[in-house]
Design a binder for this molecule. Structure first.
Ligand SMILES: [Zn+2]
Length: 334
């Protein structure tokens, strides 16, 4: 831990250097305008907009604003170019939709903010936007997007449990995955959540479950098997009926938000993470190894990534999956 803190300090000093005087080597992607400071829990929180020479999203200036692009770096660990580069690597379809000016909820397109942690994000966003980030965006959360706001937040350090008091670094892969995940949420929000709550997606989730449950238990859950057979209690057909066992274990292993949602947030995490993993990487290699087996929604998420929310394909579906007959979501009127 001490070693990590020392490293953190060294990188922080380097990043602050970049913020005040961007080195010439990065001239193609310089800071834009003046940094925006607001008081935080440990002194000022400084956010700096960055642009790139080509003015491509998210490093493009927002018209009729000063000092603002679609990408703000307010962190100190990952470096100001990491998140920008990840957004740039999203499919062109996704970037085009996220930068579009859609109605009152996204009048300027989606902006990405990288903060050191929840506490700094909460202070800065409240001061800058008057928006109070809820506690749900702190606990066990690596990033956050808001239905009625046109921005996503990614943390460099996160609180891995509800009761954790010291935030810990995200790995580089988890950091990049979080950007992809939040972008999946933003796509869903552009469609008024119909990508995750519409009947088209529900049909795919039901197909997913059937395909997933039909696979050999020890193929899906090798760690819960010995000698090619399920260990106790997974061998108990009363507790774990074979026909539904694989998915039941999935719901017991990972947070309910992902695989067994019970609130109005129905299936939005399932959509966002399946989408994120097709953009590669997702946020969590353990969870993503299962999304890679949820083949029906995966076909659709990959199609959306490559082609947009357009007429779904009739071919290329895995065994047990097929194009739902339900209508696909359409963009709400602007
Ligand atoms: Zn999410």
């Amino acid at each position: 831990m001490r070693k990590a803190l020392t490293m953190f300090g060294a990188i922080a000093a380097l990043a602050i250097g970049f913020l005040s005087t961007p080195p010439a080597a990065h001239a193609a992607f310089p800071a834009y305008g003046n940094p925006i400071d607001h008081p935080g829990p440990n002194g000022n929180v400084r956010c700096q907009a960055y642009e790139n020479a080509a003015q491509t999203y998210p490093g493009d200036r927002i018209p009729n604003t000063t000092n603002k692009t679609h990408y703000f770096y307010c962190g100190s660990v990952k470096g100001w170019n990491m998140a920008h580069n990840e957004v740039t690597q999203l499919s062109s379809y996704t970037r085009n939709l996220l930068k579009a000016k859609l109605g009152v909820n996204a009048p300027t397109g989606v902006t990405y903010y990288v903060f050191k942690n929840y506490d700094e994000a909460k202070a800065w966003i409240l001061a800058e936007k008057g928006f109070n980030i809820p506690i749900e965006a702190r606990n066990s959360t690596r990033g956050f997007s808001f239905d009625d706001e046109n921005f996503s937040i990614i943390y460099e350090k996160w609180y891995p449990t509800d009761t954790a008091t010291t935030p810990i670094d995200l790995s580089d892969s988890d950091f990049r995955g979080t950007i992809n995940h939040e972008s999946g949420h933003q796509l869903d929000y552009r469609y008024d959540l119909q990508l995750s709550t519409g009947q088209f997606f529900k049909t795919l989730v039901n197909q997913d479950k059937a395909v997933y449950n039909a696979k050999a238990f020890c193929f899906i859950w090798a760690s819960k098997c010995s000698g090619g057979l399920p260990v106790s209690p997974y061998d108990n057909a009363t507790l774990y009926p074979v026909a539904t066992r694989n998915y039941k274990v999935l719901t017991e292993t990972y947070p309910a938000d992902y695989f067994n949602p019970v609130t109005a947030r129905q299936w939005r995490e399932y959509w966002a993470e399946q989408y994120a993993d097709t953009e590669n990487p997702g946020t969590d290699t353990g969870i993503d190894s299962h999304f890679a087996q949820l083949l029906c929604s995966r076909r659709w998420a990959g199609w959306v990534r490559d082609h947009g929310v357009t007429t779904p394909p009739t071919t290329g579906w895995a065994t047990g999956c097929s194009k739902p007959s339900d209508p696909i979501p359409t963009l709400p009127p602007q």
